[in-house]
Design a binder for this molecule. Sequence first.
Ligand code: F6P
Length: 325
Amino acid sequence: LSKIAVLTSGGDAPGMNPCIRAVVRTAIYNGLQVAGIRQGYQGLIDNNLYEMNTRSVSNILNLGGTILKTARCIPFRTDEGMETAYQNLKANGIEGLVVIGGDGTFTGALRFSKKYPDIKVIGVPGTIDNDLYGSTYTLGFDTATNTVIEAIDKIRDTADAHDRLFFIEVMGRDSGAIALRAGISCGAEAILLPERDTVIGNLIENLKKGQYNKKSSSIVIVAEGDKSGGAYDLAEAVRQQIKFYDIKVTILGHLQRGGSPSAFDRILGSRLGFAAVNALINGETQKMVGLEANHIKLTDLEEALTQHQFKLEDDLMQMADVLSI
Ligand code: F6P
């Protein structure tokens, strides 16, 4: 192995930059050349890459987003797109690839490396959704959760001042990970998750109990992927039945994806980037590097994508219900 490349793909996540830095420096430390590919798989197709050195990644540990930029690339899903990407990698002498992203990124990586096994591929779980098997935490989840907590604390102040009920929608297309952690941290009266069915009748009952118990405000956190509809629809359904609260809705949106990575995400990004390059040096391919019980673990990309034991912890869900009375 003499040359590798690194890219970030799909939704950006705080911690991607510390990870890029670790990939570049671990590669150079081990005598490898390293190229940065811009805009994810799109950059592979467009041959949009550049040689990186130790200074290319100076002073980026604290930056959100990704210095390599990212994209959700449709052409890479086609045989022609993959063939162009492969030819570009060959022409640039690249033998190993580190891809940082979520399940869409890994799906592309796995298909590509099955088609072209001479390019070794290692995935790094980078998504605020925390929804990949093989790593207890994914890059960006901790920072995003802290960002959400900061926002909800502020909403609680005004909700309390006005005796209001807020429906707050947080990110997570298929995952309630942010919603659950943020809900516990902010004492939400209810947390609605894609992982369990929402019964509107129960929600209304709980809110009525809260009012009977003299709660001055209520916060309901709705994960984007909750199947009962978005925060606006839910608020409307509840408004029909609850008159004692003035009801407001806040969608936190993309502010959840930005910001300087937390200490946890800087360290996780560094560890995973370091581990990804060492895995390539050891001849590994089609694997994801993850962190389980505070140890680096390699998981087959195939398994990371198909096993779904990352499911939310039942005890946390039960606890959240108990503590919110
Ligand atoms: O996968 C990360 C994520 O932030 C999801 O929680 C969200 O549903 C999605 O990306 C939004 O994607 P985009 O930024 O492309 O709108």
